[in-house]
Design a protein around this ligand. Sequence first.
Ligand code: FPP
Length: 242
Amino acid sequence: MSKAVEKTYPPLLKLPQHVGIIMDGNGRWARQRGMPRLRGHRAGVENLRRVLQAGVELGVPVVTLYAFSTENWRRPEVEVRGLMRLLAESLDKEVDELHRNGVQLRHIGDLAPLSDILKSRIQAAIELTKNNNRLVANIAFNYGGRQEITAAVRQIVREQIPPEDITEDVINAHLYTAGQPPVELIIRTSGEFRVSNFLLWQGAYAEYYISPLYWPDFDKDEFYKALQAFGQRDRRFGGVSG
Ligand code: FPP
C-alpha cells in the first residue's frame, strides 16, 4: 500500500516574526479560467487555509492577511456583497479547524459598517480562539493603513495625552496591532509592486517579496520560498552592514 509522502522542509535559519500578505490576483485567476471573479475569491479562501496551515507548521508567530481594504467598497456591489458573504461562510466552515490547529484569529480594521450578523460571527471566532498561541492570524477586513493611523490619532486626542508624551511607542500602542511584533516580511502576489495602504506604520522596515503567481496558486512551497528569501536579505534598518 502506498502512503502519501509528506514533503519535509529544512528548518529556516531566520524566521520573520510577523508576515503580511497582500492576496492579489484572485480576479485574474478566475478570468484565466473563464469563471466569475467570486470563484477566484473562493479559490483564494481555499489557499488561505493551506497557507495558514503552512504558517503553523513552519513556526511563523503572526500573519496579517489583507482580505478587504477600505478602498474595496468601490468594487461592483455584487462583488462587495460576495466578499462579505464569503467571509461569513469561511468563518463558519474554517474556524473549528483553525481552532484545533492553535490559530488565534483577530480582526484589524473598522467593523462598524459591516452587517450585524457578520460582526457577530467575527466576534464569535475571536472569542473562541483567543487563548490559542501557535499562530496569530489578523484578518484585515475593511482595513486601511491611513484609516488605522487616523483612528489611533483620534484615540490619543480623546485620551488627552500631552504632545510631549506622544512617542512611537504610544502610537504603536494605539494601532490595531498593539502588542504584536512589527511586520518584517510583506508578500504580495500577482506581480504587483504596490503597498496599497497596507500596514503603513508597521511595515516601515519590512522586506517585500513579490511573487508573479496569482494568490490561489501561491502554495506552501511558494510560502516557504518567500521565507527563505527573507532569511537571505541583509537588513540594515538605515545603518550599514556588520
Ligand atoms: C485581490 O484580488 C483580492 C481581494 C480584494 C480579496 C482577497 C480575498 C480573499 C483571498 C478571499 C477573501 C478572504 C476572506 C477571508 C473573505 P483581486 O480581486 O484584486 O484580483 P485581480 O487584481 O486579479 O482583479
